[in-house]
Design a protein around this ligand. Structure first.
Ligand SMILES: [Zn+2]
Length: 78
C-alpha cells in the first residue's frame, strides 16, 4: 500500500489544530487531527485539476491541490 502523509504549514480554519495531507491510491485528503474537519478528492479528480504541462513535461502541482482543498475545508467549517 502506497500511503503518504505530511504535516501542512496551515492551521485548521475551525479549531486552529494541525492539518495533515494524506494521499493513498484512491484519494487525497486534508484533515485536522484535533476536530476531524476534512476535505477529500478522488485522486483522478485531483490530477485533472493539478496536472500542469510545463515545456512538455507533466508536473503535479501539489500546492494548487492543497490551496483548493483548504478552501473546501473553510467552506465546511459550519
Ligand atoms: Zn480542527
Amino acid at each position: 500500500m502506497n500511503l503518504m502523509r505530511i504535516r501542512l504549514n496551515l492551521d485548521c480554519p475551525r479549531c486552529g489544530g494541525a492539518l495533515f495531507m494524506e494521499e493513498n491510491e484512491e484519494s487525497v485528503t486534508i484533515y485536522c487531527t484535533r476536530c476531524g474537519l476534512r476535505a477529500s478528492w478522488r485522486l483522478r479528480d485531483a490530477a485533472r485539476r493539478a496536472l500542469r504541462n510545463i515545456d512538455g513535461s507533466l508536473i503535479f502541482d501539489w500546492n494548487s491541490v492543497i490551496d483548493e482543498l483548504y478552501l473546501e475545508l473553510a467552506i465546511n467549517v459550519h
